[in-house]
Design a binder for this molecule. Structure first.
Ligand SMILES: Cc1cc2nc3c(=O)[nH]c(=O)nc-3n(C[C@H](O)[C@H](O)[C@H](O)COP(=O)(O)OP(=O)(O)OC[C@H]3O[C@@H](n4cnc5c(N)ncnc54)[C@H](O)[C@@H]3O)c2cc1C
Length: 857
């Protein structure tokens, strides 16, 4: 074993081997993988080997599609077969709601380059005759599904990596990790110490233990998972003989089961409700190639439904039941990337579908390590997406919930109950007493809307407008016409201070920094000129800036800030999290209200739009921004949690004479829609440039050199290919949720890009190992294939939307080719909502207060 490596990958499961292969392919050959036992000795060896491309997150779906395409490449390079069976598969819906869910997934596929198809239960039966089709109302066919040999695939990655120069050390456990002051890692193993520049945690079932070696508690948990194998079945053999085809894979939501052909019989697995974690606190180091005791009682309810839906399987004898553990993060997606607070410590763990996702994870992580950037929009699997609140017990509750809901529909207005409440503000009980329906915002309880007195504060979950529609409308109208108050503790808040702070922020942000007492809005870009943040920044003092942004991006942004901090200690970045909370008041009477609570003049001239001031509000020391996301006259008021109740009570008491109402996050989001304001992670993401995102006025190319400036200048000079736009939609009783396709009547005209980008410029390699750069397609974009209907074509996708209550219109935001972005013609666009194409019209100016006069008064 060598004593130094550029990177040490810990763990020889399918994920570790894929990471090793991709690092070697990207040109890092001084790398090694260290495995405790033999390759596949964690969860990889007993996997059912199924793979598919569908994922709730379109960007993760894209990386899954890459994984499936990759298998041919590693087979050729390694000479090792993966035993690939590309059978295709169906998802079966037994209720109209589940069919709506499939329609949504199918619509998304229109611009993701997926060839899914909605089919009838009888058509599904023709491909899987063991089912009783009368149990179902419809199905979705996905041709890119199948199964493979898990062990063969893991070895194929490993052999291919070895061929490219990587070293693999077996039967050698990593027992300790320490870091020198120069950043070098000491990887202490049973066979000696390896010095490494980078360490990658691919520990699978032991990833938590490896995290603990460096003081990190990773939010993942192993769950027991069972599948059964039947004896050979004559029906299967007969089908194969008569059709010349293998039976397809089937996913049944109701039974929480998946099933497919395995040799001449059937494999049937369950995601049962009564699920069970495995080794919830510590994973034993001596666990290896053994299986867990099957527990047929636990899966009996799923089997009962399964046998009813697939009576052909019930008749077969059960040959074996496999029960094995594998790991999940809270939301079922992987934990990938550099861990915030550490240097050169990387994760690729909690990969619950290693054979669908392993390739994409390996590619993104190797890009990140070699080129400093994943090259794809990997937010959906970024290890930075969970906060400190994701403790061991929190994780346990959430993973169990996620597992038991694996085949359940998540409605757009559905909040999940496990592990709640976790974090609360001092106003939590008050909000409950006010009949608030609460939601989880990055682990924090946040009021979503207020149910009328006497009505149960509860969402009726639906894809259509629901019981919150009326009350949100009331909240919006009262705020727009009088004044409203809402909690905004769920924003991210930072303080950047020190003599180097202004230069630091000027280097990171696209806009000029404000003068003392003023506020600016500014995007942040990566080196490729893509959007990685959107901030409100106030200059609070000579060497002190206050910053607000998206709550969920706190660790993601801290990681970026830390990476770019000057080494001379001239800048400090402090993340407040919930040590600073807030309230926002908005509406035409908000100034009158606030004036009653402060002892300074806040008239239009004394406290202008975009001013920042520290002042006592209701007697409590606060920071006040003259700005609100409602796009109206309004204020954001920030205080230590100890003062929040005092300030809220003062606002409520003083607000009575102005007709003050409480409003929640959903009303806030509705109001931002009618101002055409974007949201982070929806409209603004790393797949878009600032000009594509219509953030032009916040990008000052001439101010000084900032990260991403060159690429942004190029984007501006060449003209953005896509453009964010707002639509008014002629919706029926359902509004857009996000990810719907946008159709345009373009006739024979070519408007250029009809591709959804997923990557953004980090070098990538084709199957011959040649570097490809430049075109969006090479960056992982999906060409929209065959989506033509007469004169109509899919030209874009929705990012978010909903009902804009004050202007009483259904609205959507999304991306279309730039050449179409200014075209407000009626009859040009349609947006597909739940399978029905609704007329839509671009609305360049916001329908509420287009001149911005109200917020400036
Ligand atoms: C019953 C069952 C069915 C499944 N079916 C499917 C399926 O159909 N499709 C699918 O995609 N996925 C399926 N999975 C999940 C799949 O197995 C996992 O996604 C995959 O195995 C994860 O691989 P990994 O490399 O992350 O982890 P692991 O396979 O657990 O590998 C981690 C490796 O790290 C090594 N290691 C840990 N700590 C150390 C250390 N300190 N020093 C050295 N080495 C260390 C371990 O020995 C192990 O080999 C199934 C899992 C189970 C249990």
């Amino acid at each position: 074993m060598k004593s130094h490596a550029k990177a040490v990958v810990i763990g020889g499961g399918v994920v570790g081997c894929s990471v090793l292969y991709h690092l070697a392919k990207a040109g890092w050959t001084d790398i090694m993988l260290i495995e405790r036992s033999e390759l596949t000795s964690g969860s990889s060896w007993h996997a059912a080997g199924g793979f598919h491309t569908l994922n709730g997150d379109p960007n993760v779906a894209k990386l899954q599609a890459y994984t499936v395409q990759l298998y041919k490449e590693i087979e050729e390079l390694s000479g090792q077969s993966c035993s690939l069976h590309l059978t295709g598969g169906v998802m079966m819906a037994d209720t109209p709601e589940r069919m709506d869910f499939l329609r949504l997934a199918h619509a998304k596929g229109r611009y993701l380059g997926m060839d899914t198809e909605l089919i009838t239960p009888s058509e599904a039966k023709a491909m899987f005759p063991l089912m009783d089709e009368t149990n179902f109302v419809g199905a979705m066919w996905d041709p890119v599904e199948g199964h493979l040999d898990p062990s063969g695939t893991t070895h194929a990655y490993a052999k291919a990596a070895r061929k490219l120069g990587a070293e693999i050390v077996l039967r050698n456990r990593v027992v300790e990790l320490t870091q020198e002051v120069d950043g070098t890692w000491n990887v202490v193993t049973e066979q000696g110490t390896v010095k490494a520049d980078h360490v990658v945690n691919c520990g699978g079932l032991w990833a938590r233990e490896i995290g603990r070696m460096v003081g990190v508690e990773l939010p993942l948990l192993a769950m027991e998972h069972m599948y059964l194998l039947t004896e050979p079945m004559p029906e299967v053999e007969e089908f194969n003989k008569s059709t010349g085809r293998e039976m397809i894979g089937v996913m049944d939501f109701k039974g929480e089961i998946y099933t497919r052909q395995e040799r001449n019989g059937i494999l049937l697995g369950t995601y049962e409700k009564a699920c069970r974690p495995w080794s919830p606190v510590n994973t034993p180091w001596d666990f290896g190639h053994e299986l867990l005791q099957p527990d047929i009682d636990r899966i009996a309810p799923s089997l009962e439904i399964g046998f009813k839906h697939f009576p052909g399987i019930e008749k077969a004898g059960i040959k074996q039941i496999i029960n094995g553990p594998f790991t999940f993060a809270l939301d079922g997606n992987p934990l990938v990337g550099p861990v915030q607070g550490l240097t050169n410590f990387w994760c690729a763990c909690a990969v619950m579908a290693g054979f669908s996702q392993g390739g994409g994870v390996g590619l993104a992580l190797s890009n990140w390590m070699v080129h400093g950037d994943p090259g794809f929009d990997v937010w959906g699997m970024d290890v930075a997406r969970f906060g400190e609140w994701a403790t061991l017990r929190y994780t346990n509750a959430k993973v169990r919930e996620n597992y038991s809901r694996r085949f359940s529909i998540r409605f757009p207005n559905e909040e999940l109950p496990a592990a709640r409440p976790a974090q609360t503000t001092p106003l939590y009980d008050t909000m409950l007493a006010n009949n608030a329906v609460m939601g989880d915002s990055w682990g924090l309880e946040t009021p979503l809307w207020f149910s009328p007195k006497g009505a149960e504060p509860k969402d009726i979950v639906s894809f259509h407008r629901s019981n919150d529609f009326g009350p949100i409308g009331e909240e919006v109208r009262a705020t727009r016409e009088k004044v409203g108050v809402t909690e905004i503790a769920n924003f991210a808040k930072y303080e950047v201070s020190g003599p180097g702070s202004e230069n630091f922020l000027n280097r990171l942000m696209t806009n000029r920094m404000p003068k003392t007492g003023r506020i600016v809005l500014t995007p942040m870009l990566n080196e490729f000129g893509r959007l990685i943040g959107d901030f409100t920044i106030a200059k609070a003092g000579e060497e002190r800036f206050m910053i607000w942004s998206s709550s969920a991006a706190q660790k993601y942004h801290m990681r970026w800030f830390e990476k770019h901090l000057p080494k001379d200690d001239s800048v400090r970045v402090h993340r407040f999290d919930q040590t600073l909370v807030g309230l926002s008041i908005a509406g035409p009477r908000s100034r009158d209200l606030l004036q009653k609570l402060v002892d300074v003049d806040i008239s239009t001239k004394a406290f202008r739009f975009m001013d920042f001031r520290e002042m006592a509000v209701g007697g409590a020391p606060c920071m006040v921004n003259r700005i609100t996301y409602t796009g109206d006259l309004g204020y954001e008021i920030w205080m230590a949690p100890t003062y929040q109740r005092l300030v809220y009570k003062a606002i409520k008491d003083a607000g009575e004479e102005f007709g003050l109402v409480d409003f929640g996050m959903r009303a806030l989001l509705s109001m931002r829609l009618e101002k055409n304001f974007p949201t982070w992670f929806r409209e603004l993401r790393p797949i878009y440039g600032p000009f594509e995102g219509a953030m032009d006025r916040f990008v000052k190319l001439e101010k000084n050199d900032f990260i991403g400036r060159e690429a942004a200048a190029r984007e501006q000079a060449e003209g953005p290919k896509l453009r964010r736009v707002s639509f008014i939609v002629d919706a029926a009783d359902a509004d857009v949720m996000g990810d719907e396709p946008i159709w345009a009547k373009v006739g024979g005209k070519d408007y250029g890009t009809v591709e959804k980008p997923h990557g953004y410029g980090a070098p990538r390699f084709d199957t011959d190992g040649k570097e490809v750069r430049g075109s969006r397609a090479a960056e992982g974009a999906s060409a929209v294939r065959g989506i033509v209907d007469g004169d109509w074509r899919v030209v874009g996708w929705v990012t978010s939307g909903g009902y804009a209550h004050y202007v009483r219109k259904s609205m959507a935001q999304g991306y279309v080719p730039a050449a179409l972005a200014g075209n407000e013609s009626a009859g040009l666009f349609e947006i597909e909502i739940l399978g029905s194409r609704r007329p839509a019209r671009i609305n360049v100016e916001p329908p509420f207060d287009p001149s911005g006069e109200k917020m400036r008064t």
